[in-house]
Design a protein around this ligand. Structure first.
Ligand SMILES: C[S@@+](CC[C@H](N)C(=O)[O-])C[C@H]1O[C@@H](n2cnc3c(N)ncnc32)[C@H](O)[C@@H]1O
Length: 249
């Protein structure tokens, strides 16, 4: 991969679904528990909608806390994985695009975990995502966005290749390319093992928290809370992840 390759919205899920829950560099199910605690507090007795529900990593934990969860995802393969999990029958999930798809009803909480808003690859699309969240919320409802914070030192180069992990079965390699004007990071995780080589693409349009705040304001939100992680850790200049809670007034 020498150039930036822009993935289609369904492509990530179609490629990743088979290994999503096992990939070593992904947030684990353990990370989903504090996420579900925070989200359940915000949902209260109400209902939640997840943008990019994927295999249900967070949705399952939230549903287990008694919150009724609906989800939208571009990838039928990811939703198939979700549907195969015990307890998934309590979750209603549809194939759709988080920038445009409307599901029936109004919610008290909409959330997008693990960089899902950043998987929308244009600023207009991300703005539409905030507007779509607002359209699904009751007044006073919340939109929670988890998004990584870019690291200047790593973005500075035009590309990087690194080894993520190696064990006796094989190695995970990561290849990234960066377009600073489009704010696009395109990466490919490559697994090389005894069974051959498999490639898993991811493309993200990063946005600084201040840009996310502006998108939120355009949609009628105000920032209610921002922390470094789902445990409500304090955000610092060194933070590489953030969880923003926006309230619809
Ligand atoms: C990084 S995964 C996160 C999955 C899950 N929320 C989690 O935390 O484990 C992002 C998910 O968003 C979905 N997705 C990406 N862009 C989308 C879009 N425009 N509309 C709907 N789903 C999208 C992908 O198919 C994938 O399942």
């Amino acid at each position: 991969m020498t150039d930036i390759r822009i993935t289609d919205i369904w492509e990530y899920g179609e490629k990743w679904a088979e290994i999503y829950d096992a990939y070593p560099a992904h947030p684990s199910a353990a990370d989903a528990e504090p996420a579900a605690d925070l989200l359940a507090e915000l949902a209260g007795a109400g209902e939640a909608l997840e943008f990019g529900i994927g295999t249900g990593r967070v949705a399952m934990a939230l549903s287990a806390r008694g919150v009724r969860v609906t989800g939208i995802d571009a990838s039928p393969a990811m939703l198939d994985r979700l549907a195969g999990k015990p307890g998934a029958e309590k979750i209603s999930a549809v194939v759709g695009d988080i920038t445009a798809t409307r599901v029936t009803g109004l919610f008290d909480l909409v959330y997008a975990a693990f960089n899902t808003v950043l998987m929308v690859l244009t600023q207009d699309g991300q703005v539409a995502c905030f507007a779509n969240a607002a359209a699904h919320l009751r007044p006073g409802g919340h939109f929670v966005v988890e998004a990584f914070i870019p690291d200047f030192t790593k973005l500075a180069g035009t590309g990087a290749d690194l080894v993520r992990s190696i064990d006796e079965d094989g190695a995970w390699l990561l290849r990234t390319r960066h377009d600073p004007m489009a704010q696009i990071i395109s990466s490919e995780s490559v697994y090389a093992g005894a069974g051959g080589t498999r490639r898993y693409p991811t493309t993200l349009r990063y946005a600084w928290p201040t840009e996310l705040d502006l998108m939120a304001r355009l949609a009628g939100f105000r920032l209610a809370e921002r922390c470094a992680d789902w445990h409500r850790g304090q955000l610092t200049p060194a933070s590489r992840n953030q969880v923003s809670v926006y309230r619809l007034d």
